[in-house]
Design a protein around this ligand. Structure first.
Ligand code: HEC
Length: 197
């Protein structure tokens, strides 16, 4: 029963990828699907019960979205935290900014594609979000943020490659808006001290 449900979710997710994903050049192979499935299972097995319960209770459309993310991001780390992955994202983001400003379309395109296919942290994304935000409602904002950041980065890459740096700069604005929105929703100000009153 559980397996059947998972396969149904996986099938819908792949259908969704085929129809939607701006960031996709071709459909994932069965091997890639299998590796993504293993990553999801391994991630869940690592979770402590309080998180595991919340993750299991997420509605099917969120589970599908998380599976889609796992399929797309083929670089998956066994050790890195989300903060470390974010440092890598920031490095690519800054490379894109510099390249757009200096009319280097090829560098902008490469760095933007790398950004769109960033690594996944140990255990996936859920362990690093506030526990009270592991709900269908809060995670329901993720597809829009993914579209802004990763969809925006892929459009940016295409524009930069054609030498249209003005369009690339506009897409860079969408990418930035995605970083800002996600941080506002899930994160807040980094490094606030508990030793200040
Ligand atoms: C899916 C939501 C999401 C998106 C989209 C996102 N971030 Fe983050 N980011 C987070 C969360 C959550 C943290 C905090 C993780 C933690 O502390 O464990 C974070 C942390 C960071 C940090 C770490 C800061 C520190 O104090 O160490 C950097 C840098 C960062 N993000 C850069 C970016 C950039 C650049 C983008 C856009 C290209 C981006 N992020 C997009 C959710 C997101």
């Amino acid at each position: 029963m559980k397996k059947a449900k998972f396969m149904a979710i996986a099938a819908v997710a792949v259908l969704g990828l085929g129809l939607g994903g701006a960031a996709w050049s071709q459909a994932p192979s069965p091997e890639e699907m299998q590796r993504a499935k293993e990553f999801m299972q391994k991630s869940k097995a690592m979770m402590k019960p309080e998180l595991r319960e919340k993750a299991d209770a997420l509605p099917p459309e969120i589970q599908q979205f998380l599976f889609k993310v796992a399929v797309k991001h083929t670089r998956r780390s066994d050790t890195l935290t989300m903060r470390q992955v974010m440092q890598e994202l920031l490095a690519d983001y800054q490379a894109v900014a510099g390249a757009i400003a200096t009319d280097n379309g090829e560098l902008a395109a490469d760095a933007a594609r790398r950004l769109a296919h960033h690594r996944l942290p140990r255990g996936g994304m859920l362990p690093y979000l506030p526990l009270e935000k592991i709900t269908g409602k809060d995670l329901g904002v993720l597809p829009a943020m993914e579209e802004a950041v990763e969809g925006g980065a892929m459009k940016l890459a295409a524009a930069a490659e054609k030498g249209d740096m003005a369009a690339a700069a506009r897409h860079f604005g969408d990418v930035t808006a995605g970083c800002v929105a996600c941080h506002a929703h899930f994160r807040g100000q980094p490094g606030v001290s508990a030793r200040l009153k």
